[in-house]
Write a protein that binds this ligand. Structure first.
Ligand SMILES: [Cu+2]
Length: 130
């Protein structure tokens, strides 16, 4: 069972509650629901590492305050979130390791601008062995 953080633990001035962890234990893998809110291209410092376990079923809801492409490097997953339109990634944590998550601004065609990989990662997605 993943710990269920109290909302107060994640409250920071200027940020709405941005991360919610919901765990449900089964015999094998857990389902992990994460909710991440990006403001001004950042998440609060306390949320810059997302930890799950190998083979977990992961659902991440991304919210952003401007048009943003969110990209988990290594897993090669990306979504395009617009303000007021959260986007969801659902996948199995098939590979262990530490994966940077980048955000990209969106160009006129709606595609990602390349420069995102030259900036600091938004956060790191960690998949730990069981
Ligand atoms: Cu990227």
């Amino acid at each position: 069972m993943m710990p269920f953080p109290s909302p107060a633990a994640y409250t920071r001035p200027g940020f709405v509650l941005a991360l919610l962890l919901l765990g449900s234990t089964t015999a094998d893998a857990e389902s992990v629901e994460l909710r991440v809110e990006i403001r001004g291209g950042e998440v609060p410092r306390a949320q810059r590492v997302l930890k799950v376990h190998h083979d977990d079923r992961v659902r991440i809801e991304w919210r952003a305050d401007r048009a943003t492409v969110i990209h988990i490097k290594g897993y090669d997953l990306s979504v395009h979130a617009d303000p007021g339109k959260p986007e969801v990634m659902e996948f199995k944590a098939f590979a262990t390791g530490r994966f940077p998550v980048h955000v990209h601004d969106v160009d006129a065609t709606g595609g990602p601008v390349r420069h995102g990989h030259h900036t600091r990662p938004l956060l790191r997605f960690e998949v730990h062995p069981k």
